[in-house]
Design a protein around this ligand. Structure first.
Ligand SMILES: CC(C)(COP(=O)(O)OP(=O)(O)OC[C@H]1O[C@@H](n2cnc3c(N)ncnc32)[C@H](O)[C@@H]1OP(=O)(O)O)[C@@H](O)C(=O)NCCC(=O)NCCS
Length: 214
């Protein structure tokens, strides 16, 4: 890793690197390694993120575009969210997306296993002050790569509201293919909303990786 990181992060990357090797040698491979990209560090959400999450998530333009975010969003919601990210299904990874230069919390990105055991569902949100800088795409690429590399899965699915062109563009830039439409319940709206369903399969991901390398 060429990038210089603040000491605590560097330490965490080293620790997580060791954990990743342990996970790779065990059969469940359930770890969520810290991910470092050109501009971002994706790591587990910490207690210290509570204020930033509470501030950035308390935004109707964010809450109404994701399925399970309450609105208004309080500090208590943020604290409970951070606690929930520490538990859950094997293979679930929820990351805090942070600025690699200064550690600032920018948003969240993660994957959760689906019932069929070969599919993960991708989700993400970025705080509004940081929209339009390519962060969601960069974070999604890193999480997708990690998921296909470390898990025995065939598919990653993602759903976005039909009224969400920004997220649709992120989905297209990640190579997902349109599967169909459906309805998803929105906690913030207290109603079902129409969504588009997209899927990225392992073969397509491998092709995309080799095109990028070429
Ligand atoms: C959707 C979201 C994650 C995008 O984050 P971001 O960091 O701004 O995304 P990126 O910069 O990587 O890419 C956004 C793309 O959408 C495009 N875009 C944004 N708004 C758009 C609009 N109204 N119409 C068309 N394209 C739009 C941008 O131009 C960019 O494409 P480009 O790189 O080709 O120019 C962010 O707006 C967000 O968190 N929204 C609320 C929560 C949400 O929608 N989460 C996703 C749930 S499926």
């Amino acid at each position: 890793m060429g990038r210089h990181l603040p000491f605590p992060l560097q330490l965490e990357v080293l620790i997580m690197g060791r954990q990743e090797r342990e996970d790779e040698s065990s059969s469940d491979r359930g770890g969520c390694p810290v991910l470092v990209t050109e501009r971002l560090v994706l790591r587990a959400p910490h207690k210290e993120d509570t204020d930033a999450i509470a501030c950035l998530a308390n935004n109707v333009r964010v809450a109404t575009m994701v399925s399970r975010m309450p609105h208004p969003y309080t500090r208590k919601d943020a604290a409970e969210f951070i606690k929930r990210t520490k538990t859950g299904a094997l293979g679930k990874c929820i990351y805090a997306v942070t600025d690699a230069d200064n550690g600032r919390f920018l948003g969240c990105c993660g994957v959760e296993p689906q019932q069929d055991a070969v599919t993960l569902e991708l989700g993400y949100w970025i705080g509004e002050p940081f929209w339009g800088k390519g962060y969601a795409t960069e974070a999604a690429h890193a999480v997708i790569d990690m998921a296909f590399r470390t898990r025995d899965i065939e598919f990653i699915d993602v759903r976005c509201r039909v009224t969400n062109p920004g997220s649709r563009r992120v989905i297209h830039k990640c190579g997902f293919q349109f599967q169909g439409t459906g309805m998803v319940t929105s906690l913030a709206l207290g109603a079902s909303v129409p969504v588009e369903w997209y899927r990225l399969d392992r073969k397509t991901w491998i092709s995309l990786r080799s095109w990028a390398a070429a």
